[in-house]
Design a protein around this ligand. Structure first.
Ligand code: PGA
Length: 237
């Protein structure tokens, strides 16, 4: 399989970990793994200055204007970001973002020259009711395909310590891949996210359709993140 492995650090609403810009920082570009950091808006410029591949955790679909508190995709690009997260479950569930909002963000991100990572995933209720595929399909089909990366992040696994088993994750990743146009199935990267850590990273990364990880809590601990990058590098060599 020729898809490059991605290890993405989502720092959420936390400051940059101490030493993030040090010469031996695990957040800096790696020879065999694409390491991407999603800091708060306030830390974007410091990450870019430290030559870290940087993304926005969110971006407004409007290019500019009277949107107090927002930052546009265009502004993220101008600040040096190359990636942006769209549709993270915390935005969907805590900020009420809809599939239409996420679609508009993806389109704006592509127009601004950013690479969107679109997060999708079912809630625990949806899984209990056997509706996980329906829920994820709706989110995947809501965005344009081709120049986006997906992150499967089951809502019940985010920040809960409950990781999807490698089998569940693989099954959902294969399902997501099957929804993509035939000519994009082999090339589209699909990351897994939700309570990943140095203990479970390796087994998840071993799955055929898992092309990397979107890491929250463990990405705030440089040593843990370093370990995960090392596992990814070892498996992709
Ligand atoms: P977690 O977060 O690793 O802390 O579960 C993942 C995410 O929200 O992207």
């Amino acid at each position: 399989m020729s898809r490059q492995t991605i290890l993405a650090a989502n720092w959420k609403m936390h400051g940059a970990p101490a030493g993030f810009d040090a010469a031996d920082s695990p957040y800096k570009p790696h020879a065999s793994v694409d390491v991407i950091v999603f800091p708060s808006f306030l830390d974007i410029r410091a990450c870019v200055a430290a030559k870290i591949t940087t993304g926005g955790q969110w971006g407004c679909s409007e290019p500019d204007g009277a949107f107090t508190g927002d930052v546009s995709m265009r502004m993220l690009h101008a600040a040096g970001c190359t990636f942006v997260l769209c549709g993270h479950s915390e935005r969907r569930h805590k900020r009420g973002e809809t599939d239409d909002d996420v679609e508009a963000q993806v389109i704006a991100a592509l127009e601004a020259g950013l690479h969107p990572i679109v997060c999708v995933g079912e809630t625990d209720k949806q899984r209990e009711n056997g509706k996980e595929r329906t829920a994820v399909k709706k989110q995947v089909m809501a965005v344009p395909h081709g120049r986006v990366t997906f992150a499967y992040e089951p809502v019940w696994a985010i920040g809960t310590g409950k990781t999807a088993t490698p089998e569940i994750a693989q099954e959902m990743h294969a399902f997501i891949r099957s929804l993509l146009p035939k000519d994009q199935q082999a090339t589209t990267q699909i990351l897994y996210g939700g309570s990943t850590n140095p203990m479970n990273a390796r087994e998840l990364l071993r799955q055929d359709d898992i092309d990397g990880l979107l890491v929250g809590g463990a990405a705030l601990k440089p040593d843990e993140f370093r370990d995960m990058v090392a596992s990814a590098a070892e498996l992709s060599s």
